[in-house]
Design a protein around this ligand. Sequence first.
Ligand code: GRG
Length: 287
Amino acid sequence: MTAFDLKAYVNDRRHQADEALAQALPEIDAAGGDPGRLKEGMRYAVLQGGKRMRPMITIAACEAAGGSVTNALPASCALEMIHAYSLVHDDLPAMDNDLERRGRPTVHVAFGHAQAILIGDALLTRAFEVLGRGAAGISGDRIAAAMTRLAHHAGIHGMVGGQALDIQHGQDIHALELLERVHALKTGALYAAGGAMGALCGGATEAQVRDLEAWGLKFGIAFQHADDILDDDQQALRPQALARVDQLVGECDGLAAQFGVRAEPLRALARWVADRAHAAAAGVKAD
Ligand code: GRG
């Protein structure tokens, strides 16, 4: 048996997600012009850089459930637009006040503060429009269920709630349990949405949708622990966080087992997160 080529998989799926996103965002020269440069700002926020991890997980979950890349593209685009909106708003002076992202001026620096708020709002709403239009061969019921999962995980019970919890506690997080609660909401929730939406678009059963949603949540928490280790954040909790990465990745493997060989991309992506965390903890820079 040949080993699964994660690099080739990631390059291919990232390319397909990039193309779908370029099509799903409003064209700058379309009718109506571009008052306030919002269309330009939406494209700037989404299309320049980014690892496309959330679309990747959505596609991989869809494939695990027996669907195709095409089935997963609207949900993948919607999820990445919501991720992009959250970064635009998170970078604002009222939040993190970041001047650079992905090696370029942040949206509020390049387009102005009021425009950045509107660009984030426009990305959030465009996400639901793109998902609502659906994909060929996917029933309206499944699209409606995907929308509900996305709204749930992006909102007060997910990413927005996690951002509020993070703001409330600031630098004052000394227990792994609280740190993981923030990670689960702020980062894990969007991955959970990706797992659930991918499963729904791939034709999964209700139980499988729940399992791939749980897979996404665990993956997202592990991903954030790995990111903390890479960025030297939360140093006091590092040994516990590293142990949790291994545990979470093991749980991901348990959830993916039922999908057999079709879940190989999910398994390889989870293994990549564990390798990244261990390499960073050992002071080695991984891919
Ligand atoms: C403003 C509602 C609202 C939420 C903000 C995204 C976010 C929540 C905060 C940004 C800070 C942060 C560390 C969030 C955790 C999620 C995360 C790891 C974001 C960066 O995601 P990557 O690494 O970024 O996937 P790219 O650029 O590759 O897309």
